[in-house]
Design a protein. Structure first.
Length: 435
């Protein structure tokens, strides 16, 4: 079994580039396949979506939108245990995001007097329409459903449209429908892939066009978002899952193996790295990984074997400072921190979608039920993008005004600058104004 073990200071530049770039490099390779899908949806609307559902999902659809009867069936047939788990975890997510919204409400509209008679401020309003992409295919993700629906609803977005792939019977998973319903969202459309993003961008006879799309997806989904970036706000890039387990010598090797596999099992294009300056821990984890991987069921076993040879594995640095620098350069989606002095390390970690702290705070617990959002930037975008929150569904409008006193106090400076920049009408709107 080929498990990547990289002594970082001795690793070739080309290999370093591959590890840092991870599977995001695959997005460019699917652009040509995605463009005709987008064009066809733009031109043919529902007919194209129905045809793609047959082609990609094996489903013969009579209607693209989930019906009330399908919601009722999901409530009736979904396991009580799964319902209870969704209720519990979604409840924590709601509490956390409600606190975010409380902080927004405290300053929904404000102004400050920056000099006598001159006022500037902001007004916060919801985005008028958003599309939420919930991935499917290999697995169903009710957690992603409530992670996106809850902040969208709390932000009071007027139009929320959800797209998610259906199965070959033309059904959306019961857990997905239940999760959406308890969040108060029922506009769900049975489409996935690049065609779903195109439908949300252009609108079809059934699917509404929206202003912004959020949610993780395959390289095809990510490519479609890039291509359609001039039509819609593609939101935060959220592609294949990735994690770093940043450890010192105090970390438990057995648990660290479990933590690596936690994210590696998402798919062959996932990335899961142990980053440490402890050679003893690195060697112990390396020795334990093969048996742990072989113990996984299929298809997860093959997925992990694939990404261990490409994007996952162990990065051994000479010092903890170098390990921290690697993490900041990588800008990972999920960063699990298992060190003796976590506060000191956290102060030095700038780039991560989330930082999960301590041996008992597993990635799985964090991303199902603690309350923080599990839709996070991938592919190094955590260097500039933030975790999903109510702010992804809100926008700020600048508010400014001057009184007569403020106008008179600013007029000389503004006319001087407008003349200098070559805008005579700008200056005249002040010089020739009748008050």
């Amino acid at each position: 079994m080929n498990i990547g073990f990289y002594r970082w200071n001795k690793t070739e530049d080309a290999t370093k580039a591959r590890i840092l770039r991870r599977s995001e490099s695959n997005i460019g390779s699917v652009m040509d396949a995605v463009r005709p899908i987008i064009e066809r949806v733009k031109n043919e609307g529902d007919d194209a979506l129905i045809d793609y559902a047959k082609k990609f999902d094996g489903a013969t659809l009579k209607t693209l939108k989930v019906t009330e009867e399908e919601f009722e069936e999901a409530r009736r047939t979904l396991s009580p245990d799964v319902k209870a788990a969704i209720d519990h975890c979604a409840g924590n997510v709601r509490i956390f995001h409600k606190e975010q919204m409380n902080r927004v409400e405290a300053e929904r509209q404000w102004m400050v007097e920056v000099e006598p008679g001159v006022f500037a401020g902001e007004k916060i309003t919801p985005i008028s329409s958003v599309g939420l992409y919930i991935p499917g295919g290999k697995n169903l993700f009710p957690s992603v459903m409530y992670m996106l629906c809850i902040p969208a609803m709390l932000a009071q977005v007027p139009t929320i449209a959800i797209t998610t792939p259906c199965n070959s019977n033309g059904k959306v998973g019961d857990a997905l429908l239940y999760a959406a319903e308890i969040c108060g969202v029922k506009n769900i459309y049975k489409i996935g892939g690049a065609q779903a993003i195109a439908a949300l961008a252009y609108g079809t006879q059934t699917v509404p066009a929206v202003k912004k799309v959020l949610g993780p997806g395959s390289p095809y989904v990510a490519a479609a978002k890039q291509i359609l970036g001039g039509i819609i706000d593609p939101g935060m890039p959220a592609g294949p899952s990735e994690s770093i387990i940043l450890c010192d010598e105090s970390a438990n090797a057995h648990n660290t193996v479990l933590d690596i596999l936690n994210e590696a099992e998402h798919g062959p294009d996932s990335a899961a790295l142990l980053v440490t300056s402890s050679e003893n821990l690195a060697n112990e984890v390396y020795a334990l990984l093969p048996d742990a991987i072989n113990a996984l069921p299929e298809p997860q076993r093959d997925w992990v074997i694939t990404n261990m040879a490409t994007y996952s594995g162990i990065v051994l640095t000479d010092t903890m400072e170098e390990a921290i620098n690697f993490c900041n350069q990588y800008a990972v989606e999920h960063l699990l921190l298992k060190v003796k002095n976590s506060d000191n390390i956290i102060a030095k970690l700038d780039n991560a979608g989330e930082i999960i702290i301590g041996e008992t705070s597993t990635i799985s617990i964090a991303n199902f039920g603690i309350g923080g959002n599990n839709v996070l930037p991938t592919g190094g975008r955590a260097a500039t993008y933030s975790c999903t929150s109510v702010w992804d569904f809100l926008k700020r409008v600048s508010l400014v005004k001057t009184t007569k006193e403020g106008f008179e106090g600013l007029q000389d400076s503004v006319t001087t600058l407008s003349d200098y920049e070559g805008f005579p009408a700008h200056g005249d709107s002040i010089r020739k104004r009748t008050l």
